[in-house]
Ligand binder design. Structure first.
Ligand SMILES: CC(C)(COP(=O)(O)OP(=O)(O)OC[C@H]1O[C@@H](n2cnc3c(N)ncnc32)[C@H](O)[C@@H]1OP(=O)(O)O)[C@@H](O)C(=O)NCCC(=O)NCCS
Length: 137
């Protein structure tokens, strides 16, 4: 049975493995264990996993700057896709944001990731095209 719970510090190894199973998840140096712990400390009520028994089969990292919400690294294990799990994880983040009276959610999606764009459109997100770059210092 699929269950949902908040992400924990001890989940890092399993979640990293899940991320690495998809080329669609682009990992940065800030996705190391230290970055994960910091992110989770700051956003502990907005990060969730789905489990099947002991196994983590999906995860989402939500965050907020208290102006709007952000979603990072949503992933559902290949064998569990198209069962409503991704949608449920997004809804958990939205519920957490609503408690803070926030209604906007920003998701940065690679324009070439057609499947994730279809997914977000299907669950009601509106697409804004923004060209942006990183500024290094
Ligand atoms: C995108 C992803 C999270 C979707 O998860 P999922 O659990 O399969 O999605 P759901 O089952 O909740 O789907 C919700 C709706 O979107 C639709 N949908 C899901 N994937 C879709 C796809 N690839 N193309 C078109 N529609 C899709 C479903 O059919 C469903 O529609 P319905 O409510 O009318 O039945 C999953 O495919 C994934 O992990 N992809 C790889 C990682 C990735 O790209 N992450 C995003 C990084 S920004």
């Amino acid at each position: 049975m699929i269950k949902y719970r908040k992400m924990r510090m001890g989940d890092y190894k399993d979640i990293l493995e899940l991320y690495k199973s998809s080329e669609k998840i682009v990992l940065y140096s800030t996705d190391d264990k230290k970055g994960y712990k910091l992110f989770l400390t700051k956003n502990k009520d907005m990060c969730f996993v789905a489990t099947d028994g002991d196994k983590i089969i999906a995860s989402i990292q939500g965050a907020t700057d208290y102006k709007r919400g952000y979603i990072h690294h949503l992933i559902v294990h290949e064998e569990y896709r198209k069962k409503g799990i991704g949608k449920k994880l997004v809804s958990l983040v939205i519920e957490a944001l609503k408690k803070l009276k926030l209604s906007d959610v920003v998701i940065l999606v690679n324009n070439k990731n057609k499947s994730v764009k279809s997914f977000y459109k299907k669950i009601g997100f509106q697409f804004l095209t923004v060209n942006f770059g990183y500024v290094e210092w």
